[in-house]
Design a binder for this molecule. Structure first.
Ligand SMILES: [Ca+2]
Length: 123
């Protein structure tokens, strides 16, 4: 009887651990309603996050951005896409644009180039 209990507990633990792993692997850690940027790929290193526009990223995140997540809220008439630019105040070229809910673990064309971003109606 004791052996049966131990086996059941172990199976339960394994199932719970598997569930936790599946959850954390799916979505980047980014607050609802915000745009998040990480210094490293795959949502690693220091994270910056904004609910609004920022025309001049802090120096530590400028030109170090390597992964991005748009957790903005969608709805009629709401600016729910995010455009990232290579210079301050939406200057230079656009490096990457994210649709609502989109998470990008790495993008070679946009890597370490962002300086500002703006929310928009589309890409
Ligand atoms: Ca980087």
């Amino acid at each position: 009887m004791k052996r049966l209990l131990v086996t059941t507990a172990a199976a339960l633990f394994a199932a719970t651990a598997g569930l936790a792993l599946a959850t954390s692997a799916g979505a980047a850690e980014c607050p609802s309603g915000e745009f998040c940027v990480w210094q490293d790929s795959d949502f690693g290193g220091q994270r910056a996050n904004w609910s609004g526009d920022d025309g001049w990223w802090e120096s530590w995140i400028s030109d170090t951005d390597s992964s991005w997540a748009n957790h903005g809220i969608s709805g009629p008439g709401i600016k729910d896409h995010v455009k990232v630019y290579e210079s301050a105040w939406q200057g230079g070229g656009m490096t990457i644009c994210l649709a609502p809910g989109q998470e990008v673990g790495y993008n070679g064309a946009a890597n370490d180039r962002g300086d500002s971003h703006i929310w928009s109606m589309g890409c």
